[in-house]
Design a protein around this ligand. Structure first.
Ligand SMILES: [Ca+2]
Ligand SMILES: [Ca+2]
Length: 300
């Protein structure tokens, strides 16, 4: 029966190995496996919700994506919020192409550092605790702004004190064999924000956040800076007419999405703007996706 299969009834020691830079979500995922969970995308009904791109997964890792017949912890509706959900490019052979994409448009796989509502309910139910969601601690409750760019730029605005505009783009960029992304980050099937180099040499494009109150924030986003002549992608703050460069990502970063996160503390109202500064050739397309602004410090 499913009860006998709940691991704590086995009275066996289980080991986990944590690598040095394991993120909080990685550790929580491992603990979930110890508790008996399988990844949400392995449940028997997953084929109606997600596509697994086996051709982009090395044979030795394909088992991580196989459907399981153990339904012990699948008591609730399919849950993209589960901490056990991989990001769309997990275990990819070609890291510019996703391995796991939602079947339905405009579903995205969010960044997670907390158990989902259904993760908690599943644990409580199978371990015979009281069912109670009142003790859910959402470490990301202080989300001030989040955009996956599926419909528009959300609260972000194109600036006009620059040379050109970013575009929302879906699927491969025009010259993705040499520069620019193959697909967005959020789901592998949605939109990203793109600055194309063709016709824009030595020019810049900027988008700006809403006005934020003084305080401590975490800025987090994903960027794709692939191309021989990637110039600079900059993160800036603006206070009145005073701009400050916080970071400048420079040069070719290879054909995959990378995470950016930064703690920003300001003692006055301010805005954040992201800026693509194109170099002198066509081989410098830049893109970003999934921009989060959280209150408080960044959580690894
Ligand atoms: Ca997106
Ligand atoms: Ca502009």
């Amino acid at each position: 029966s499913s009860q006998d299969r709940v691991p704590h009834r086995h009275h066996v020691v289980q080991y986990v190995h944590l690598y040095r830079d394991a993120a909080k979500a990685d550790i929580m995922q491992l603990i979930m496996y110890l508790l008996g969970f399988f990844n949400e995308f392995r449940r028997p009904d997953r084929d109606s919700q997600v596509m697994v791109h086996y051709e982009n997964i090395a044979p030795e890792y394909r088992g991580f994506f196989d459907i399981t017949n153990d339904t012990t912890f699948f008591n609730y509706p399919f849950d993209f919020e589960s901490i056990t959900f991989f990001f769309p490019y997990a275990w990819a052979i070609d890291p510019s192409k996703p391995t796991l994409t939602p079947k339905y448009e405009s579903v995205s796989i969010p960044y997670k550092v907390s158990l989902s509502k259904y993760d908690i309910l599943n644990i409580q139910r199978e371990y015979k605790c009281g069912i109670d969601n009142g003790n859910k601690i959402d470490l990301l409750d202080g989300t001030v702004s989040y955009c996956n760019f599926e419909f528009d730029l959300c609260e972000w605005t194109q600036l006009t004190d620059d040379d050109f505009d970013f575009q929302r783009m879906k699927g491969p960029s025009p010259r993705s064999n040499v520069t620019g992304p193959m697909a967005d980050y959020s789901s592998g099937t949605g939109y990203y924000v793109y600055a194309g180099a063709q016709g824009e040499h030595n020019e810049d494009a900027r988008v700006i956040s809403p006005v934020l109150n003084a305080g401590e924030y975490c800025l987090r986003f994903y960027y794709f800076l692939y191309g021989q002549d990637i110039h600079k992608f900059r993160v800036n703050t603006r206070v009145g007419d005073r701009d400050t460069v916080l970071d400048s990502l420079e040069g070719n970063q290879g054909g995959s999405w990378h995470t950016y996160s930064k703690d920003i503390t300001m003692n006055t109202k301010f805005q954040i703007f992201l800026e693509a500064i194109i170099g002198g050739t066509d081989n410098g397309d830049m893109a970003f996706d999934d921009v989060y602004i959280f209150r408080g410090r960044c959580i690894a």
